[in-house]
Every structure is written in structure tokens, then in C-alpha cells.
Design a protein around this ligand. Structure first.
Ligand SMILES: NC(=O)c1ccc[n+]([C@@H]2O[C@H](COP(=O)([O-])OP(=O)(O)OC[C@H]3O[C@@H](n4cnc5c(N)ncnc54)[C@H](OP(=O)(O)O)[C@@H]3O)[C@@H](O)[C@H]2O)c1
Length: 258
């Protein structure tokens, strides 16, 4: 039980990578609060996780500052504090090369990723700093370390920017017992992939199947990653023994972009 007694909040925790992290944290003794835009997905996740009073759902859209802050505050009022924040929800739409990229797509991506991570981190730190213990885990991407695909500059830029914020938060709070790390997953076939992959593939002039195969072939392991592989890294940095890791950009990408 590596997280016995800890309270974790995970944005976008009803499905995909966030859900995998929520399930592993619960199995390791944490109390977990998950978020998502769709209340039905929240109800379903709570039912499927069978965690009883140890899991709680707060609806909200991380693209809105008020919702992110309400999520952190709701975690604190429900379970008394926040020990671990996973800034997981993220995404983009309106795929196009930079010359054609709309303001709308750019600003949405900014809110969905960098701003949401900032809003949640700032609010959580206010609760963690006085208690001199905390873990902030930002779910970035292999796209935070490379720029080798067209039409996703808004996604790439935000994931790179999250790395700067990760290091700055780690630097400012290291002596206070608070770590901040980014996990950089390779491709995982979640709703994000199945929902936005076809449009991203089309913008690249390929089919969705080719798009998935491209990701697999880019990796040394010649396959996609799994939710469980990402969750295992989150558990390491969330745990007591992970306290010596901070400001790190941790690859879980099967050896992509070596
Ligand atoms: N899948 C990949 O290949 C991959 C690779 C590298 C990095 N990542 C990163 O990993 C993170 C999670 O990705 P995923 O693939 O697990 O995504 P996903 O399958 O789309 O899961 C998304 C989860 O986040 C919630 N969500 C989505 N947008 C939200 C919003 N604006 N506000 C609140 N909740 C929101 C969803 O619920 P609702 O729909 O109800 O809101 C759901 O619970 C993202 O930051 C993504 O960039 C993913």
C-alpha cells in the first residue's frame, strides 16, 4: 500500500490514462477524486471502480479556470486535503498547419493543457505548502519532446510548455517536500486517439490505421503503450520512495524518439 492515507485528485479521471491512474492509486490505498466533463461517465467510473467512499467524482471542464479551481477545492472539502494532483486531462482540436491554425484551436489547446495545469497546480500548492508534502504529476506526451508531425503545433507547443512549468514548480518547492514531474507517454489507444486520431490522420494525409501503425513503428518496442504502463510511472513519483525524483520529464514511450 504505497499511497495509504493519501488523497489524490486526477483531472480527466473517468476514462483513459487518468482512469488507469485512479484505479492503481485506489489499489495502493489512496482516496481518489476524479473529474470529467460528462457526469454520466463519472457515475459509470465510480460504479466500475467499486471503491465505495474512497472515490468521488466532481464534474467540470478543465478548459475553464473556475472548474479547475472548484475541482481542487472540492477535493479538499470532501477529503480534508489534497496530497497528490495529477494534471491529466488535455487535448486539442482544429488540426491544421500553423499557417492555417485558428485562434480558436490555439486558445482552446492553451486552456486545455498549459492553463489547466497552471490553475490546478497553483490552487493545490496552497494546500500542500503548509503541510510540507505534495506530489504534482503532469501528464505530458512524447510530443512534448519532439516536433515531427504537422498540424498538431498547438498540442506540441502546450506539452513542451508544461515541461517548463514542471521544472519551475519543482525548483520552487523542492525544499518544501513537494515534487513536480511530467510523464511523457507514447501513443495509447484511448478515447482521445479514437476520437481525434481520425481527424489528425486526415490532416496528415493518411488513414487512422496508418496513423496508429506509424506511432507503433516509431517506438523501439514496435507497439503502442498501455494505460497500465503510464499508471505505474505515476505511482512511482506519487509514492514516498519517489520523493527523490523531481523536475523530471519521464518517458513511458517504448523508446520513441531515441
Ligand atoms: N492517448 C494517448 O495516446 C496519449 C499520448 C500521450 C499523452 N497523452 C495525454 O494523456 C492525457 C490523457 O489522455 P487520454 O488519452 O487518457 O484521454 P481520453 O481517453 O480522452 O480520456 C479523457 C478523460 O479526460 C476527460 N476529459 C477530456 N477533456 C476534458 C476536459 N476538458 N475537462 C475535464 N475532463 C476532460 C474525459 O472525460 P469527459 O470526456 O467526460 O470530459 C476522460 O475522463 C492527456 O493529457 C493527453 O494529452 C495521451
Amino acid at each position: 500500500m504505497k499511497l495509504e492515507g493519501k488523497v489524490a485528485a486526477i483531472t480527466g479521471g473517468t476514462r483513459g490514462i487518468g482512469r488507469g491512474i485512479a484505479e492503481l492509486f485506489l489499489a495502493e490505498g489512496a482516496k481518489v477524486v476524479i473529474n470529467g466533463r460528462t457526469p454520466e461517465k463519472g457515475v459509470q467510473a465510480l460504479e466500475e471502480m467499486h471503491a465505495g467512499a474512497d472515490a468521488y467524482f466532481i464534474a467540470g471542464d478543465v478548459r475553464r479556470q473556475a472548474d479547475v479551481e472548484a475541482f481542487v477545492e472540492g477535493t479538499i472539502s470532501h477529503f480534508g486535503r489534497i496530497d497528490i494532483l495529477v494534471n491529466n486531462a488535455g487535448g486539442s482540436s482544429g488540426f491544421a498547419p500553423v499557417a492555417e491554425l485558428s485562434d480558436e484551436a490555439w486558445n482552446e489547446a492553451l486552456n486545455w493543457m498549459l492553463n489547466a495545469t497552471f490553475w490546478g497546480t497553483r490552487r493545490a500548492l496552497k494546500n500542500m505548502i503548509p503541510r510540507r508534502w505534495g506530489r504534482i504529476i503532469n501528464i505530458s506526451s512524447v510530443e512534448g519532446k519532439q516536433a515531427n508531425k504537422t498540424s498538431v503545433a498547438h498540442y506540441i507547443t502546450n506539452k513542451h510548455a508544461i515541461h517548463g512549468l514542471t521544472k519551475a514548480v519543482a525548483f520552487e518547492n523542492g525544499e518544501l517536500g513537494i515534487t513536480c514531474n511530467a510523464i511523457c507517454p507514447g501513443a495509447v489507444e484511448t478515447d482521445l486517439m479514437t476520437n481525434t486520431g481520425p481527424a489528425a490522420a486526415e490532416a496528415l494525409g493518411m488513414t487512422y490505421e496508418q496513423y496508429i501503425q506509424d506511432y507503433a513503428q516509431d517506438a523501439a518496442i514496435k507497439r503502442l503503450n498501455t494505460v497500465q504502463e503510464i499508471a505505474a510511472m505515476a505511482l512511482l513519483v506519487a509514492s514516498e520512495v519517489g520523493g527523490g525524483i523531481t523536475g523530471a520529464l519521464l518517458d513511458v514511450n517504448g523508446g520513441t524518439a531515441l
